[in-house]
Design a protein around this ligand. Structure first.
Ligand code: G6P
Length: 610
């Protein structure tokens, strides 16, 4: 989604802004632009398409300035054209870059147009620039003008503003969407994501909802929702520029897949103590309550939702607790009844997904015993807005399609399920042995990654397909969903996942010799059932691609492509391990089709609008 970066310094900052934009590219966008205060006047350059196009244009007509803002736009209102790219101007007096949506912009636009303002774009953002311009013309200073203008807007958003009237300053506002202030030596920064600022600082102040920050090269003044001066704590980040280097890998996604053993190991390490799950993983207060928990509600989006579905099975099987998993945007509008002593868990890699944040806000009003977050980003809005959180240790994930973040979520969720089971009186020996199975995951993931070459070969079978069906049963159903999600988002092949038993209730009608069916076949109690499903597919000419345990004895039949895991996983390990070949498969299919694997079309890394 959109990204913002702003800098106030004592040097020419155009290169810094362009570098910041490159670092925000991973979030997904379709146009880019920057505006600088150059000798007191506002200048801008905008281009549809990639930041590289903006950089080319910049080289032809360079701009200079010591104070400026820049933006990558993911179109919501109006096509991704130059006219609709940010920063938006009101004359050459005010420039605004904006993330999120102004819900009441139509009414404001109508009012401004009636008053004689001429709009040059189709965006909701432009009305912010004109409103601030009007307040400045009434003689207000930038902070007051911005506060009064923003008070008229509805929605969830963040903005940065430049005004020719205050040429040393950048105004940054957090209204439900993230905004962070970076602190430098004789320079200060604002950004929607610390990724933009990694090479220039590790010191941040995270704005809270309703905050405004006025930055100059030498000062940062933050005011809260009521206009009062506030202090926001300075946070030193563990992430440096190396956190987002691609190294020798061809794509971030490839690097992130290959980092998974390390990421899962780092995530598991602090969650296991004395060979058992650490009950205090969400803090001692939650640990003390675990034995009283009667149910778990999970809300999440995308891959994190699939992780939640796997966790449901573990929580049911090991802790014997009912667990519901909702897509966060659904939870907001039809939350399940909240029984006494129920836990709520939001799962979000970024901790910035608008629907997951909104679901969590709703959950906080509903009398849960505790509202928990599982996230990969310690400084995210989600983590900052709940009392109890658990961090995965994936490191920064740049590829839009989640890989290492998902696997670390699964690892953490397995330990959470075991902690609940232990607190509810399961036999210690059983929990100890399941904990050992979890602890063995990093080594097993490493073995699986050796299948990379084979998957690159097999990917050729998918290149020309238009439809792929993923089948799984039990905990393999959400794994099939994740496999279908990865394939469709990266390769643009239509892919769907079905619980294998549902095959006869509809999807079988689609099966013919053009259809590829990926079946996940661990050697569990459901294998014989799955075998019958596969026969139904074969009888109709469907091409089968079966991922199975080495001892499942599948794949000898004609026309069946078989991929066997190197070692048979346990029931706890299987959902984690079966995910890895599906990630590699989707990666190779997309690479072979010549797609931008790290930035699939129309998608964003964290969806900060609802
Ligand atoms: C986007 C990403 C997915 C991700 C989902 C949820 O759709 O493309 O990869 O799973 O958001 O993101 P979150 O940061 O909340 O886990």
């Amino acid at each position: 989604m959109c990204g913002i970066v702003g800098v106030a310094a004592e040097r020419d900052i155009a290169p810094l802004l362009l570098d910041g934009l490159r670092r925000l590219e991973y979030r997904g966008y379709d146009s880019a632009g920057l505006a600088l205060l150059d000798n007191g006047g506002l200048k801008r350059l905008r281009r549809p398409g990639e930041v590289a196009r903006l950089v080319e244009e910049f080289e032809r007509q360079p701009l200079e300035g010591e104070v400026g803002i820049a933006h990558t736009r993911w179109a919501t209102h109006g096509a991704p054209t130059e006219q609709n790219a940010h920063p938006m101007f009101a004359g050459e007096r005010v420039a605004v870059a904006h993330n999120g949506i102004v819900e009441n912009y139509e009414a404001i636009k109508e009012e401004l147009t009636t008053g004689g303002v001429v709009f040059s774009s189709e965006t909701d953002t432009e009305c912010i620039a004109h409103l601030i311009d009007a307040e400045l013309s009434a003689g207000k200073d930038l902070a007051t003008a911005a506060r009064d203008a923003l008070a008229r807007l509805k929605g969830s958003y963040s903005v940065v503003v430049l005004a020719a009237a205050e040429p040393d300053a950048i105004l940054a506002a957090h209204r439900g969407a993230p905004m962070v202030v970076g602190l430098g030596e004789s320079e200060n920064y604002a950004a929607s994501d610390i990724a933009a600022l990694l090479p220039v600082t590790r010191r941040y102040r995270f704005l809270r909802d309703g905050d405004l920050a006025l930055l100059t090269r030498g000062s940062v003044e933050i005011t809260g929702a009521g206009g009062e001066a506030v202090e926001r704590p300075m946070v030193e980040s563990e992430f440096g520029p190396e956190s987002v280097e691609r190294g020798a890998y061809r794509h971030y996604m490839q690097k992130e897949i290959f980092e998974q053993a390390r990421a899962v190991r780092d995530t598991l390490l602090p969650l296991i103590s004395g060979g058992l799950p650490d009950a205090s993983m969400f803090g001692p207060e939650v640990g003390a309550k675990l034995g009283e928990i009667t149910a778990v509600h999970i809300a999440a989006c995308g891959s994190a939702f699939n992780a939640g579905l796997v966790a449901r099975q573990w929580i049911q099987d090991y802790a014997k607790l009912p667990c519901t998993v909702e897509i966060a945007s659904e939870y907001r509008y039809r939350p399940p009844p909240c029984p006494p002593n129920c836990l709520f868990l939001a799962i979000s890699q970024s901790g910035e997904t608008a629907d997951t944040l909104a679901a969590t806000r709703a959950a906080r009003e509903r009398g849960y015993r505790a509202v928990l977050a599982l996230s990969n980003v310690a400084t995210s809005s989600l983590v900052r807005n709940v009392e109890h959180s658990l961090l995965t240790r994936a490191g920064l994930e740049v590829g839009v399609a989640s890989t290492k973040a998902l696997l670390t979520q699964l690892a953490a969720l397995a330990m959470m399920a075991l902690a609940l089971a232990r607190a509810r009186g399961s036999r210690e020996e059983e929990i100890r042995s399941l904990t050992q199975e979890a602890a063995a995951l990093p080594g097993l993931i490493e073995q699986l990654l050796e299948m990379d070459g084979r998957l690159a070969e097999l990917a050729g079978n998918f290149r020309g397909r238009e439809h792929v069906l993923f089948l799984g049963r039990g905990p393999m159903w959400p794994v099939a969903m994740e496999g279908a999600l990865k394939l469709k988002e990266l390769s643009y092949i239509h892919a769907e996942a079905y619980a294998a038993g549902e095959l006869k209730h509809g999807p079988l009608a689609l099966v013919d010799d053009r259809m590829m069916i990926v079946a996940l076949a661990p050697n569990d109690g459901l294998l014989h059932k799955l075998r019958s499903n596969l026969e139904e597919v074969r009888a109709r000419g469907g091409q089968l691609f079966v991922v199975s345990d080495p001892d499942a004895n599948l794949g000898h039949e004609d026309g069946m492509i078989a991929l066997r895991l190197p070692a048979p996983p346990t029931a706890l390990q299987a959902p984690v391990l079966y995910t890895v070949p599906l990630q590699l498969l989707a990666y190779h299919v997309a690479v072979q089709k010549g797609h931008d694997v790290d930035r699939p079309r129309n998608l964003a890394k964290s969806v900060t609008v609802d």
